[in-house]
Design a protein around this ligand. Structure first.
Ligand SMILES: NC(=O)c1ccc[n+]([C@@H]2O[C@H](COP(=O)([O-])OP(=O)(O)OC[C@H]3O[C@@H](n4cnc5c(N)ncnc54)[C@H](OP(=O)(O)O)[C@@H]3O)[C@@H](O)[C@H]2O)c1
Length: 353
């Protein structure tokens, strides 16, 4: 992992860095450590940049966080990913006000409190400042980065979103026949002993909302009854304009990128999303948003069909969390996605910056 986190003071950079490191070990550098020569005076830029370069060369896996566009610009190309935390000035101010004492920066709580007004003024001018720490400069840096990058704007979206896949595939990786039929799966399920649901009920009760592709939605509509009760369902489609007649009002049709979907769902309080449908899952995987996969392998080779997985921009490492072999031949593996499969969204709980 080689990640740069950029944003205003109070945007949640340190919190996010800690969360990422909890998922995958990495060294962390706060640019505050290299920017100053004591007090509030900046060091010569070149010295700061050289320190960062040296530090990077000593790490296999790292996260750098800060608001210093001038230090970040020369090292930007070393990053695999740039995350721009831009929750808005009000959210940043609120987090600065509620920040606990930071002993590494201030010798006492009183000293920190004495600095608060200055900090709030500085943070509050983020959108109008033209310096290295202001929004315009951060935006320009973000736009200039050609690698993987993400901007988070809505504080609600920062609450650790999880995107889980729970799906059955044939042994050769198909989720349906080429024409979309799942007769083979229905037959396999029919042979499962009564009362055995392979963990589905336990899984679905942890889910806040389902995100499904339009093709999967079409299939669900052919079922004798709506299987999701009142659970919110986001149906992704560029062709459906609105919810078809007769479909529960827990269903919302939308056309949006995976990141937008996650942000929008989080804003509605839906933090654990069940992502369903082959192309939809592939889109979320490409966007680095899938956090967990539970795949139930059905002992059958379909030969051809709709594949669960497709092209990805890079290798995606998985960690096996558990596996189960059922006496009727299904094998279920539960995986967590490692780094590139997106951290959960950052959180604004706890200490910002
Ligand atoms: N084996 C299992 O457990 C399992 C589970 C689920 C589904 N299935 C089967 O898998 C098949 C469906 O999978 P699939 O890969 O064909 O498709 P899918 O992912 O269900 O649906 C793809 C469609 O979703 C829409 N879509 C996806 N991402 C979008 C985005 N970001 N913005 C707007 N629209 C977006 C597009 O609809 P538009 O074309 O309308 O734009 C796209 O054509 C069905 O046959 C279903 O029965 C099997």
């Amino acid at each position: 992992m080689k990640v740069i986190i950029l944003g205003n003071a109070g945007a949640g950079k340190s919190t996010l860095a800690r969360k990422l490191i909890a998922r995958q070990p990495a060294a962390r550098l706060s640019l505050d450590e290299v920017a100053f020569q004591g007090g509030t005076e900046r060091r010569p830029l070149q010295e700061s940049v050289e320190d960062v370069r040296r530090w990077i060369s000593e790490q296999d896996s790292w996260i750098i966080e800060g608001c210093y566009a001038d230090i970040l610009e020369p090292v930007l190309a070393s990053a695999d990913e740039l995350i721009f935390l831009n929750p808005g000035v009000e959210a940043c101010l609120a987090h600065c006000r509620s920040r606990p004492w930071e002993p590494e920066k201030f010798s006492s709580r009183d000293e920190q409190d004495a600095n608060l007004d200055n900090l709030l003024q500085w943070v509050g001018s983020y959108e109008t400042r033209s310096d290295e720490y202001g929004l315009a400069r951060h935006r320009a840096l973000y736009e200039s980065f050609e690698g993987k990058k993400r901007e988070f704007c809505h504080p609600e979206a920062y609450a650790s979103s999880r995107c889980s896949v729970y799906i059955a595939t044939s042994l050769d990786g198909c989720i349906a026949r080429s024409d979309g039929s799942i007769d083979w799966l229905e037959r396999a399920n029919a042979a499962v002993p009564a009362g055995e649901d392979c963990g589905y009920a336990d899984f679905i009760q942890t889910v806040d909302a389902i995100v499904m592709g339009r093709a999967t939605f079409d299939k669900v509509l052919s079922f004798p009854e709506w299987p999701y009760g009142s659970l919110p369902v986001y149906v992704l489609s560029t062709t459906l304009r609105s919810r078809p007649a007769g479909v529960p009002d827990s269903v919302q049709v939308l056309s949006a990128t995976p990141h937008e979907v996650v942000e929008r769902a989080a804003a509605a309080g839906h933090h654990h999303l069940y992502i369903d449908g082959g192309r939809t899952i592939q889109g979320f995987l490409k966007a680095g948003l899938i956090t967990e996969l539970t795949i139930t392998l059905i002992p059958l080779l379909l030969g051809s069909g709709i594949k669960l997985f497709g092209d990805l921009p890079a290798d995606t490492n998985l960690r096996l969390l558990s596996s189960r072999a059922f006496p009727f031949g299904f094998v279920q593996c539960h995986y967590a996605l490692c780094q590139q499969a997106s951290p959960p969204m950052p959180t604004l709980e706890g200490q910002p910056l």
